[in-house]
Design a protein around this ligand. Structure first.
Ligand code: MRU
Length: 350
């Protein structure tokens, strides 16, 4: 059974505390928007699609508890709370786009006199709940299109070696995963020889989370340190790189976990196809290019310590951007739920 990062039934939301993985499995109750903001900000839940889903579900839980039945007040509160949730982490666009859509929905429902306050609430909550199944469906489609694209250039029934970075699996989404969904699909069709996953310093999403998911799913996998990618590509045939995205701009420039850019450069040098796997909820057409995407900078402690143990010399200054920008010209294709597109054509398909 695949890992469940989000457990939801109407009025009740729990998330798997990803700070404790892989050593402990503990779910945390999310009782409303304050809790939602906190678990996202502390990275107890992370990954662009999961951030959006948990943020919006925390609002659904809060609305259900709220007895107010004034549509204008509900609309106003919804807008304020969604904007607050978006502020928890700045780079992934999914939560911002979901918030914009939900604010539009609240405006429409509030303006429509045929919609009662009860119907307003019901329709609004159901629309948030729909995000869970939609994300899993999209990820399965991404898995299928991505594995077909990777296998297209492989002779006969040969199997492939793939490299991935960071965590894009069940833990980063509602389930199945984006880049990890592609890997899962290759494995299901028995065409995956092995996946290499990077440790993903400094937060170690690869070593802690992706490795955990791969072992759990019994997918043949090997962990490498981020600085081993060049040596890996030189010494073993890697058929494709597949990574996720936190935000894709209209020209296909992609912001993803720090370290993605250097892997894309190495892939180009070694002639390895480099794919980004992301649902359209990660595509931000309001930005012509990736240059203006705000890159979150995180605390020094993520670099200076491992758990409670200090590894860096006391007094050293740190620079800790959590994401980097991979220019579109290094990307072979963007794998979406609608198919695989050249980066510069992504805007035509949203
Ligand atoms: O900082 P995180 O862990 O929230 O980073 C987001 C990610 O998991 C990755 O960048 C990922 O590749 C894109 S989200 C599926």
């Amino acid at each position: 059974m695949s890992l469940e990062s989000v457990k939801y039934e109407r009025g009740k939301l729990e998330i798997l505390d990803q700070l404790l993985l892989p050593l402990q499995t503990r779910y945390i109750k999310v009782q409303g928007v304050e809790d939602g903001w906190r678990v996202i900000n502390k990275m107890q839940v992370r990954g662009a699609p999961a951030i959006a889903i948990v943020g919006c579900l925390s609002l659904a839980v809060e609305l259900l508890k709220d007895n107010s039945l004034d549509k204008k007040i509900m609309r106003q509160e919804i807008e304020g709370k969604l904007n607050y949730l978006v502020s928890a982490r700045p780079t992934a666009v999914n939560i911002k786009l979901a918030a914009d859509e939900l604010i539009n929905l609240a405006n429409t429902l509030s303006a429509n006199e045929d919609v009662s306050p009860e119907e307003f609430k019901e329709k609004f909550i159901s629309s948030i709940e729909g995000m869970l199944s939609k994300d899993i469906e999209d990820n399965k489609a991404i898995g299928k299109y991505g594995s077909e694209a990777i296998l297209k250039n492989i002779e006969g029934e040969g199997s492939v070696r793939v490299l991935t970075h960071c965590n894009t699996g069940s833990l980063a989404t509602a389930g199945y995963g984006t880049a990890l969904g592609v890997i899962r699909s290759l494995h299901q069709s028995k065409r995956l020889e092995r996946v290499y996953c990077t440790e993903t310093r400094p937060y170690n999403q690869g070593a802690r989370l992706t490795a955990y998911e791969l072992v759990h799913e019994k997918i043949p996998s090997t962990l490498i340190v981020d600085s081993m990618v060049a040596a890996l590509m030189r010494s073993r045939k890697i058929n494709a790189v597949v990574v996720g995205a936190d935000r894709v701009a209209a020209n296909g420039d992609t912001v993803n976990k720090i370290g993605t850019y250097q892997i894309a450069i190495l892939a180009k040098h070694h002639d390895v196809p480099f794919y980004v796997a992301a649902p359209f909820t990660s595509v931000d057409l309001s930005l012509a290019s990736g240059e203006r995407i705000k890159i979150e900078e995180r605390p020094d402690r993520e670099m200076t310590h491992i758990g409670e143990h200090r590894i860096a010399a006391p007094g050293i200054k740190c620079w800790n951007p959590s994401f980097d920008l991979t220019p579109a010209n290094l990307i072979t294709g963007i794998i979406t739920e609608k198919g695989v597109f050249p980066p510069d054509r992504i805007k035509e398909y949203k």
